[in-house]
Design a protein around this ligand. Structure first.
Ligand SMILES: Cc1cc2nc3c(=O)[nH]c(=O)nc-3n(C[C@H](O)[C@H](O)[C@H](O)COP(=O)(O)OP(=O)(O)OC[C@H]3O[C@@H](n4cnc5c(N)ncnc54)[C@H](O)[C@@H]3O)c2cc1C
Length: 367
C-alpha cells in the first residue's frame, strides 16, 4: 500500500465496490478509516461528539486550553513514527515531562524517576492530531459528527448488508444503510452494549465483554492571577507528578507543554479507584473534593479563575482483549481500539491500522 497521505491531501477515489461503516472517530477509528480509503474502500465514519479525537482531546476555555484526556504519547513503532512524520510534520513536539515527580499523600516528593523516552504532545492542543487526520474524511463527506450509533442490524431488503440506526446532530433518529461491513472503534464496554442491544450474535461477544476499562475524573484549573509581572507560576517547582494521594493520581502544569499559552493551568486526574467510587457523584461534588486534594498536594490555596471537571467513563484499560483487533468474517464486522492490547495512543493507532490491513487482505483474497 502507498505511504500515508498528508493530512490535508485529497483522498483517492474509491476503487473497490465495498462500503464500510466505522463507528467512532478516535485515534483507532480515524486510522482505520484513512487506511481503508487509501486501499480503495468507500468508508462512512460516525462520531457522536462534535469533532474527531475521542479521548485524545483538548478543551478550549476563555481561561486557556486543557488536554483533558491524553497527557502525552510515546512513539515506539516505526509505522506510527512514519505516519506522524509524513502526514503532520511539526504538529507534535516533545514535552520535557521525562522527569515525573512521585508525591506521597501530603504532596512530599518520594521519588524523581528519570525516563529518557521522548514524551510527545500535539500542538496547540492534544486534540489537533486526530482532528487533522480526520479533516480529509470530513472534507470528502465521509465523517458524520454529532451522530451517535444506537444499533446495527441487517438490512431487511438486502440481508447481506448492514444498516445503522443513529441519533443525528439534533437527536433526530435516522437510518444509514448499504454497508458491506461495520467496524466498531469505540471503548469495549460501549461496543459490548451496542452489540447486545442490537441482538448481534457473534463469537467476538464473549472475549469483548471480558475487556475491562476504568473511569477517570479530570479536574481542570486556571489561575489568570499568576500572570502578574514577575510571576508566571504558582506553587510547586515541578511540572508533572504522579501521586499516591487517595484521590489524585496525576498532575500536570498545562502551561509547561510546548505550543500552549503561559497562563498558569493545571490538569489533574483522579485515581481509577476514586473515580470508580465517585462515578455517579454530581460534577459539583467531585470538583469540590478534587480541588481540596489538589490544594493539599500542591500547596496552591488561592481560588482559581476557572475550574471544571470532566468524566471519562472508559478511560484506561485494566484487562485488554489480548490481540490487536478482532474480525468476524462470517458477519463482516470488526472491533479495534487501544483496549485490544493496551491503554496507549499508539496501541489505538496500531489496532486501527492492523484491522484495516486485514480487511484489505481479505478483499484481495476474495478476488
Ligand atoms: C484521562 C486519560 C488520560 C490518558 N492519558 C494517556 C497518556 O498520557 N498517554 C497515552 O498514550 N494514552 C493515554 N490515554 C489513553 C488514550 O486516550 C487512548 O489510548 C486512545 O485515545 C484511545 O483511542 P481509541 O480510538 O481507541 O478510543 P477513543 O479515543 O475512546 O475513541 C472512540 C470514539 O468513539 C466515539 N463513540 C463512542 N460510542 C459511539 C457511538 N455509539 N456512536 C458514535 N460514536 C461513538 C467516541 O465519542 C470517541 O470519539 C488516556 C486516556 C484518558 C481518558
Amino acid at each position: 500500500m502507498s505511504r500515508p497521505a498528508a493530512s490535508d491531501a485529497p483522498l483517492p477515489p474509491a476503487s473497490r465496490p465495498y462500503h464500510i461503516a466505522i463507528v467512532g472517530a478516535g485515534m483507532a477509528g480515524t486510522t482505520c478509516a484513512r487506511t481503508l480509503v487509501q486501499a480503495g474502500f468507500r468508508v462512512s465514519v460516525f462520531e457522536q461528539a462534535a469533532h474527531a479525537g475521542g479521548r485524545m482531546d483538548h478543551i478550549d476555555t476563555s481561561k486557556g486550553s486543557f488536554d483533558s484526556g491524553v497527557q502525552f504519547f510515546t512513539v515506539r513503532d516505526p509505522r506510527f513514527a512514519q505516519a506522524l512524520d509524513v502526514t503532520v510534520p511539526g504538529l507534535c513536539r516533545p514535552w520535557s515531562a521525562t522527569t515525573i515527580v512521585v508525591l506521597d499523600e501530603s504532596g512530599k516528593k518520594i521519588a524523581r524517576p528519570n525516563n529518557q523516552e521522548p514524551h510527545w504532545v500535539a500542538c496547540p492542543g492534544m486534540g489537533d492530531l486526530v482532528r487533522n487526520w480526520a479533516a480529509p474524511l470530513a472534507q470528502a463527506g465521509m465523517l458524520h459528527t454529532g451522530t451517535e450509533v444506537l444499533a446495527m442490524e441487517r438490512d431487511r431488503l438486502q440481508p447481506a448488508q448492514w444498516q445503522l440506526r443513529v441519533a443525528g446532530p439534533e437527536g433526530s433518529p435516522s437510518v444509514f444503510a448499504g454497508f458491506d461491513a461495520v467496524v466498531l472503534a469505540i471503548p469495549a464496554p460501549a461496543a459490548t452494549q451496542l452489540l447486545r442491544s442490537s441482538a448481534v450474535q457473534s463469537p467476538l461477544l464473549l472475549p469483548l465483554s471480558e475487556v475491562q476499562m476504568a473511569p477517570c475524573w479530570t479536574l481542570m484549573l486556571s489561575y489568570p492571577q499568576a500572570m502578574q509581572p514577575g510571576m508566571t507560576t504558582l506553587g510547586p517547582n515541578w511540572n508533572v507528578a504522579s501521586s499516591t494521594h487517595h484521590r489524585i493520581a496525576w498532575l500536570a502544569r498545562e502551561s509547561s507543554k510546548p505550543g500552549r499559552s503561559l497562563l498558569e493551568r493545571w490538569t489533574v486526574h483522579a485515581s481509577a479507584d476514586w473515580s470508580q467510587k465517585h462515578l455517579n457523584d454530581s460534577p459539583a461534588r467531585v470538583l469540590a473534593k478534587l480541588h481540596k486534594a489538589f490544594s493539599e498536594v500542591t500547596g496552591i490555596r488561592v481560588q482559581p479563575g476557572h475550574m471544571d471537571v470532566r468524566l471519562w467513563p472508559h478511560a484506561r484499560t485494566t484487562a485488554p482483549l489480548g490481540q490487536p483487533f478482532a474480525w468476524d468474517s462470517q458477519e463482516q464486522f470488526g472491533i479495534c481500539g487501544d483496549w485490544c492490547v493496551g491503554m496507549r495512543v499508539e496501541d489505538a493507532f496500531l489496532s486501527g491500522l492492523e484491522l484495516a490491513l486485514a480487511i484489505a487482505e481479505q478483499a484481495d483474497h476474495a478476488h
